[in-house]
Design a protein around this ligand. Structure first.
Ligand code: ATP
Length: 214
C-alpha cells in the first residue's frame, strides 16, 4: 500500500499551537505517514502576510523540529507567482507513487468556498479532501457542493482508499487561537506566550517581527 500524506496550507503568519495541534491530531488519528505544512504566498482575496516568506518558513521549521510526522514543504514560496492549490497538488502528484494517498486538509469555511477556487473540480482527481469540522457546527453546505458531497463523501476517514477522489469529515474542536490575535498582541506590546512554541516566539523577538512600527 502507498503512503498516506496530508497537506495543510496556510499563511502561517505566524504558525501557532492551533495549527500544530490540528495537524498533529489529524496525523495521529488518520495514521498519516507525513503531514506537509505548505506556507502560501499572498493568497487571493487576502492581505499580504506581514512577515516575509523567509521568516514564515523559518518559524514553521522551528515549530516542527523533531515533531514527526510534520514536515515543511516550501514549494509555494519558491515560485515567482502565487500558486493555486491545483498546481501544488499536480506538482506533488508528479513526485509520488501512483498508489500514494494525498489528503488535503480544509476547514469547513474553506471547504464551503471551494467552488470559487481555480479549477476546483479537478482537485479530487489528485487527492481526497479531509474537511475539519467543529463538533458544535450545524452549518449547511452551499448548494453548489451538495451533489458533490452526496456523491463523494464517506463517513469514516480511516476507510479512505486509493489515491484520491473522496471527501471525509473529521470532527475536531479547534483551539481558539488565530495568527491575527497573535499579531495584535505583539503589536500592542503584550505577551503571546503559550499561544505558539517558545522557539517561534524567540525568533519573532530576535527578528523584531509584528511590532507596531510595521
Ligand atoms: P489569520 O488569523 O492570519 O487569518 P490563521 O490563524 O487563521 O491566520 P492560517 O495560516 O490562515 O492561520 O491557517 C492555515 C490553516 O490552519 C487554515 O486551514 C485554517 O483553517 C487552519 N487553522 C487556523 N487556526 C486554527 C486553529 N486555531 N485550529 C485549527 N486549525 C486552524
Amino acid at each position: 500500500m502507498g503512503r498516506k500524506i496530508g497537506i495543510l496550507g496556510g499563511t502561517f503568519d505566524p504558525i501557532h499551537i492551533g495549527h500544530l495541534r490540528a495537524a498533529l491530531e489529524v496525523a495521529e488519528s488518520l495514521q498519516l505517514d507525513e503531514l506537509k505544512l505548505v506556507p502560501s504566498a499572498r493568497p487571493p482575496h487576502r492581505d499580504a502576510p506581514q512577515a516575509s516568506a523567509a521568516d514564515r518558513l523559518a518559524m514553521v521549521r522551528l515549530a516542527i523540529a523533531g515533531v514527526a510526522p510534520l514536515t515543511l514543504d516550501d514549494r509555494e514560496l519558491q515560485r515567482a507567482s502565487p500558486s493555486w492549490t491545483i498546481d501544488t497538488l499536480e506538482a506533488l502528484r508528479a513526485e509520488l507513487q501512483a498508489d500514494d494517498q494525498l489528503l488535503l486538509l480544509l476547514g469547513w469555511d474553506a471547504f464551503c468556498g471551494l467552488p470559487g477556487w481555480h479549477r476546483w473540480e479537478e482537485l479530487l482527481t489528485h487527492c481526497h479532501l479531509l474537511v475539519l469540522q467543529r463538533p458544535d457546527a450545524d452549518a449547511e453546505a452551499p448548494e453548489a457542493l451538495r451533489d458533490l458531497i452526496a456523491a463523494r463523501s464517506i463517513s469514516d476517514p480511516l476507510a479512505l482508499t486509493g489515491p484520491g477522489g473522496k471527501i471525509a469529515f473529521v470532527w475536531q474542536t479547534p483551539l481558539a487561537i488565530s495568527a491575527t490575535q497573535i499579531r495584535q498582541l505583539l503589536a500592542t506590546g503584550r505577551s503571546a506566550r503559550f499561544l505558539l512554541p517558545d522557539a517561534v516566539l524567540t525568533y519573532i523577538h530576535a527578528h523584531r517581527l509584528y511590532r507596531a512600527s510595521h
